[in-house]
Design a protein around this ligand. Sequence first.
Ligand code: PLP
Length: 290
Amino acid sequence: MTAYLNGQFLPLADARISPLDRGFLFGDGAYEVIPVYSRHPFRIDEHLRRLQASLDGIQLSNPHSSEEWRAIILRLIADADFADQTVYIQITRGADSKRDQPFPKGVPPTVFLFTAPLLAPSAALRESGVAAITADDIRWGRCDLKTVALLANVLTRQSAVDAGCTEAIMLRDGFLTEGSASNIFCVRDGVILTPPKDHRMLPGITYDIVLELSAKHGAPHEVRPVSEAEVRTADELWMTSSTKEVLGITTLDRKPVGRGDYLGKPGPVTRRMHAWYSEFRDDVMRKACV
Ligand code: PLP
């Protein structure tokens, strides 16, 4: 697999960074993940804008212009053996000669990218949906920044895995924030509900698409705070991310989600949203850079 490190394209296995890199020592860096369909990067401008917002949020100047990012990303995509990919981008505050918390002076950032095959959930998983637990949101106060300091997400996600689940739905002060690696939507009485973007959640690109598709197809939806009680008694739940797309959550804390024929199965609104998403992916994302 080809990677890019500080100006050089090289095999991923040959990429080396210093143990004094601040990403390694402090989690001092930002990242992005861009899904690529049939070699077309999806919403590259939006991802680069979110990267800029993350860099601004951690006061790290962007080492590249949009044109430079585009050139690096497109070359990695072209060189890969697979057509559907996820391009990972990471920028850290570089490697100083000592370990000290304040920003170092005159140290270049570390820029690392690699691309991997994009593996969407299988048809069987989509049909069964996945299990989730709820968890206290123990993260810091800037969850809108996509930083590499992901320890709280890692611990939360592991608690889901330990419980035999795929995702953890995080709650803060009695309200839904997001999943450990996804945004969360619920459906109540036919209305799609999801929290508004703020410092408590990552502004997901897939979240945007789902809201755009809801508007386009006239599906009732509300972007507003969603209480824990509303999550626990939802008719349907799903998560969104670039790699999971729209994936139903069919048990929560070991209890089946939903009611009637759809108890413990992806519900009708989840199925419709996934169908709209698939259509958009195949008819639009696969055909051009949009
Ligand atoms: N929230 C968190 C914490 C994430 O890590 C991710 C993606 O990895 C998302 C939400 C979804 O973002 P996107 O739809 O841009 O993949």
